[in-house]
Design a protein around this ligand. Structure first.
Ligand code: PMP
Length: 399
C-alpha cells in the first residue's frame, strides 16, 4: 500500500489521443487538423524572423539570467498594455492598469481565476458554449462552478447573440463572464462591434466581472481591430481582466509567453490589487522566466522589429484566409451542394465545420484526416499539398 495506490487514471485528453492516432497512421497522405498550432505552407511551425533577430540580439548581449520581478519584465508588461489598449489610450497613464507576465495565456487565466477567488470571493464563472476545452477544467480546478452561456448557432453557423445576452442577463449578479476577445476557439465566430456594445451593457447592468481571453490578436483582421473588444470594455469604465497569449502571434508556443492585465475602476484600487496579485504569483511559481518575454519585449519596443513582426503576422493571417477560400471552392468543386461559405466568414485558426462525430471518425479511418470530434478543424494546418485531399474527403463524408 503506497501513498499513490488510490490514484486512478485521469480521463484521456481527447486532443493528445488524436495526435497519437495521427502519429501511428502510416498513410503518407495523413493530415492532422486537430492541432491548435499555426503551420506554414510547408507544414512546419515557423520561427518568425522578428523573433530570430530579437533572440540573436539577446544572445549577443550575454545578459546574466537573474530573477525577474514577481510581476515580470517591466518593459514587457508596458508593451503588452500598449498592444491591448493602443499607444494613445488614456488608461496608460491613469494608474489603473496592472500587468503581470504569465506562463502563456493559460497561466494568465489561472492567475486571474486564483486572484478573483481569493480576493473577491467569486465562485461562479460563465463560459461560452462551446469554448476552449481548458476553460472549464481550469476554472473548476481553481474552485469555481462553471456554467455556460449560448454562443454558437448551428443552424446559421453563426452567433446566437440573443441566447448569449439573455443567459448573461440571467446569471447571478456579480458573476465572472469569460469572453473570447477575437477569433473564438473553437468556432471562429466573433461578435461585431454592435454585439459587443450589447454585451457590455448587460455585463455593466448586472455588475458582472468581464474576463477577456485574447489568444489570437492579429489573426482576425489586424492587431488594432482584433483588440476592439478590449478597447470597448476600457471605454466603458468597468473594472475587468484580460488574459493575453503570444503563443500563436509570435509562434513562441513552448516559451510560455502571456500576460494577465487587470483594469481597476480607479487609481486607489491599483496598489492593493497589485500587492495581492504578487502574492498569488509568489505562492505559485515565485517569478516568471526570462527568455520569451525578453524576446517579445524587444520586438514590441523596436520599431523595425515591430513592423517586421506585423508583416509576418499578416502573412500568417492571409495564408489562413486563402486556405478558407480554397477549401470552400474545392468543396464546391468536389460536389458539395450545401452552402459552406460560413468557413470564410469565420476568423482565426479554427473552423467549426459542421461535421458530425461520425463524419469526423470516417475522415480518420477512411482518409487519415484527423479532426476534433466536435467538427473543429484547424484551417492553419491546411496547405497547397493537402487541401485537395481534405476537400475531397470532406465531400465524401458529407454525402
Ligand atoms: N485561450 C484560448 C482561447 C486558447 O485557444 C489558448 C491556446 N490554445 C489559450 C488561451 C492558451 O494559450 P497558451 O498556449 O499561451 O497558454
Amino acid at each position: 500500500m503506497s501513498v499513490f495506490s488510490p490514484v486512478e487514471m485521469a480521463p484521456r485528453d481527447p486532443i493528445l489521443g488524436l495526435n497519437e492516432a495521427y502519429n501511428a497512421d502510416t498513410r503518407a497522405s495523413k493530415v492532422n487538423l486537430g492541432v491548435g498550432v499555426y503551420y506554414d505552407e510547408n507544414g512546419k511551425v515557423p520561427l518568425l524572423r522578428a523573433v530570430e533577430a530579437a533572440e540573436q540580439a539577446r544572445v549577443a548581449e550575454h545578459a546574466p539570467r537573474a530573477y525577474l520581478p514577481i510581476e515580470g519584465l517591466a518593459a514587457y508588461d508596458q508593451a503588452v498594455q500598449k498592444l491591448l489598449f493602443g499607444q494613445d489610450s488614456p488608461l496608460l497613464t491613469a494608474n489603473r492598469l496592472i500587468t503581470a507576465q504569465s506562463l502563456g495565456g493559460t497561466g494568465a487565466l489561472k492567475l486571474g481565476a486564483d486572484f478573483l477567488y481569493r480576493q473577491t470571493g467569486k465562485r461562479l464563472v460563465a463560459i461560452s458554449n462551446p469554448s476552449w476545452e481548458n476553460h472549464r477544467a481550469l476554472f473548476e480546478a481553481a474552485g469555481y462552478e462553471v456554467v455556460e452561456y449560448p454562443y454558437y448557432h448551428p443552424a446559421t453557423n453563426g452567433l446566437d447573440l440573443d441566447g448569449m445576452l439573455k443567459s448573461i442577463e440571467a446569471l447571478p449578479e456579480g458573476s465572472v463572464v469569460l469572453l473570447h476577445a477575437c477569433c473564438h476557439n473553437p468556432t471562429g465566430v466573433d461578435l461585431s462591434l454592435t454585439d459587443w456594445a450589447k454585451v457590455i451593457d448587460v455585463v455593466q447592468r448586472r455588475n458582472h466581472v468581464p474576463f477577456l481571453d485574447i489568444a489570437y490578436q492579429g489573426f482576425g483582421e489586424n492587431l488594432q481591430d482584433d483588440a476592439m473588444a478590449v478597447r470597448l470594455f476600457a471605454e466603458s469604465g468597468l473594472a475587468f481582466l484580460v488574459a493575453s497569449s503570444f503563443s500563436k502571434s509570435f509562434s513562441l508556443y513552448g516559451e510560455r509567453v502571456g500576460a494577465l492585465t487587470l483594469v481597476t475602476a480607479n487609481s486607489e484600487e491599483t496598489a492593493p490589487v497589485l500587492s495581492q496579485l504578487k502574492r498569488v504569483i509568489r505562492t505559485n511559481y515565485s517569478n516568471p522566466p526570462t527568455h520569451g518575454a525578453q524576446v517579445v519585449a524587444k520586438v514590441l519596443t523596436n520599431p523595425e522589429l515591430y513592423s517586421l513582426w506585423e508583416q509576418e503576422l499578416a502573412e500568417m493571417r492571409v495564408r489562413i484566409k486563402a486556405m478558407r477560400q480554397a477549401l470552400v471552392e474545392k468543396l464546391q468543386a468536389a460536389g458539395v451542394t450545401q452552402d459552406m461559405s460560413f468557413i470564410q466568414r469565420q476568423r482565426g485558426m479554427f473552423s467549426y465545420s459542421g461535421l458530425t462525430k461520425i463524419q469526423v471518425e470516417r475522415l480518420a479511418s477512411e482518409f487519415g484526416i484527423y479532426a476534433v470530434g466536435s467538427g473543429r478543424i484547424c484551417v492553419a494546418a491546411l496547405n497547397q499539398s493537402n487541401i485537395e485531399h481534405v476537400a475531397n474527403a470532406v465531400a465524401t463524408v458529407l454525402q
